[in-house]
Ligand binder design. Structure first.
Ligand code: PLP
Length: 461
């Protein structure tokens, strides 16, 4: 469906962002022109997905729609056992509840916010095992999402294999720019897990983008279909989970595996935290749409739509001289806030400032992916992020090139006026996942100066 959007005048945008505590999560959609906050749960569904919703079997137990989904999961991902969860983080909750104990470690190619929170709530620690190249925002390395096998071996030696709850590979590392891992790397990690009897968990929330990028970038995969690559990827993991809000374009999640023993360890907890075995916290209608979405997601036209738009977006910003993460990744265009706003120290949240400033200069809602997205450590000390990114997501099948051109135009204007943007400070900070609900204030009231410059040079809108 289509939805009316409007671009409110700049003074109103200033008021809206101030009311939202300079946190784009707290904006109301009536004040947002292009909603590029996330690709999660906001992708356009297909006609067949809507049809899947209409004919869903709404039974509490034994719904045939769940069995349709299970068939689709087996066909596309190759897993025999599946359970739904209300979204990806609920899958993370169950996995960490069952497999992680206090004192354990979870090595990962890079953490995701909710994953890390669940690992830490289980009393375990999340360890980042990437190649140094992963944090170079400007790079030509095609697989910045690879895990460093030598570092993984060192971790296993240091902590002992019994302390490694599981190894987690995230298909396109969200927080460092949607960067893929290669199949060769996944195979190496699989081998190390096998040598030590460690469970390998795949976060496949963006498994199709990872597959599409492997097809484009890894030798030997150019003639394989995205579907074949996805099946091969899934075949290397012991346990798979995904937020269905991205690739399947619905609101839900799942855990799947071919390992019956592992599955049976998790299954008893499903009705406690999520719902009965055949719905697991999702509505049957969403499961109906997911059964279709899981087949559609491996269609190259679907798997590639965000990747190709992001490539275009990043390419245009590179041409314009704007600091942006390269190579382009899976889900969004990521501005490098430390290069965009070099005068704003990390302790004053440059990525948060840039996200707020971008909203003021364009009505575009992006997301802070930097220090605001890191929670404080156990002693209450600030943890500085490895990179400060302002993520401008491209929801699948929603925006066109002209929307992207608009964004490029306004980002360029903002870049010319970047000296007007200063830092932020927290005025309210929740104890966990503070980026969702935290409220901030601009240092020296910089929002006013920026909106006045905009009004002078561009006008209201
Ligand atoms: C890689 C990754 N894993 C897990 C999650 C959590 O999923 P959800 O938002 O459905 O809870 C997300 C969400 O953005 C994600 O990007």
């Amino acid at each position: 469906m289509v939805q009316r959007i409007s671009l409110i005048p700049v003074e109103e945008r200033l008021r809206a962002i101030a009311d939202a505590g300079y946190n784009t999560f707290l904006l109301k959609t009536k004040d947002v022109f292009l909603d590029m906050l996330t690709d999660s749960g906001v992708n356009a569904m297909s006609d067949n997905q809507f049809a899947g919703m209409m004919k869903a079997d709404d039974a509490y137990a034994g719904s045939m729609t769940f069995y349709e989904l299970a068939e689709a999961v087996e066909e596309v991902l190759g897993y025999k056992y599946v359970m739904n969860t209300h979204q990806g983080r609920a899958a993370e909750h169950l996995l960490t509840k069952v497999f992680a104990k206090p004192g354990d470690v979870v090595p990962t190619n890079y953490h995701f916010t909710t994953t890390k929170a669940h690992i830490e709530l289980a009393g375990a620690a999340c360890l980042e095992i990437y190649y140094d190249e992963a944090l170079k925002t400007e790079s030509t390395n095609p697989f910045k999402g690879n895990m460093d096998p030598d570092k993984l071996r060192n971790v296993i030696e240091k902590y002992g294999k019994e302390k490694v709850a599981f190894v987690r590979m995230e298909a396109t590392t969200n927080l460092i720019g949607g960067q893929p891992f290669s199949m060769a790397n996944l195979r190496q990690i699989r081998r190390i897990c096998d040598e030590h009897g460690i469970i390998l968990v795949l976060d496949g929330s963006l498994v199709c983008e990872n597959g599409y990028l492997i097809r484009q970038r890894e030798k030997g995969y150019e003639d394989k279909t995205v579907g074949e690559i996805v099946r091969e990827t899934c075949g290397l993991a012991d346990l798979y989970y995904m937020s269905g809000r991205k690739n399947t374009s619905v609101r839900g999640g799942l855990i799947a595996t071919n390992n019956k023993a592992l599955f049976e360890k998790i299954r008893p907890w499903l009705p406690v935290y999520e719902g009965f075995y055949t719905y697991g916290g999702m509505s049957m209608r969403e499961i109906g749409a997911m059964a279709v979405g899981i087949k559609e997601m491996v269609d190259p036209a679907v798997a590639g739509c965000a990747v190709e738009q992001v490539k275009y977006f990043v390419g245009r910003l590179v041409e314009t001289g704007i600091p942006v993460v390269t190579p382009p990744g899976g889900l969004a265009c990521h501005l490098d806030a430390m290069k965009f706003l070099p005068h704003v120290p990390q302790s004053q949240y440059p990525a948060g400032s840039l996200s707020a400033a971008l909203y003021m200069s364009s009505g575009i809602r992006s997301m802070e992916r930097g220090t605001v997205s890191m929670d404080r450590d156990r002693e209450g000390k600030e943890v500085l992020a490895d990179v400060e990114l302002t993520r401008i997501a491209v929801p699948r099948r929603v925006y066109t090139v002209s929307h992207i051109e608009y964004a490029v135009d306004r980002i360029s204007w903002l870049y010319k006026h970047r000296d007007l943007v200063k830092g932020l400070k927290f005025v309210y900070e929740p104890p966990v996942l503070r980026f969702f609900d935290g409220r901030l204030e601009p240092i020296d009231d910089w929002g006013k100066g920026l909106s006045e410059a905009f009004k002078r040079e561009i006008g209201d809108c």
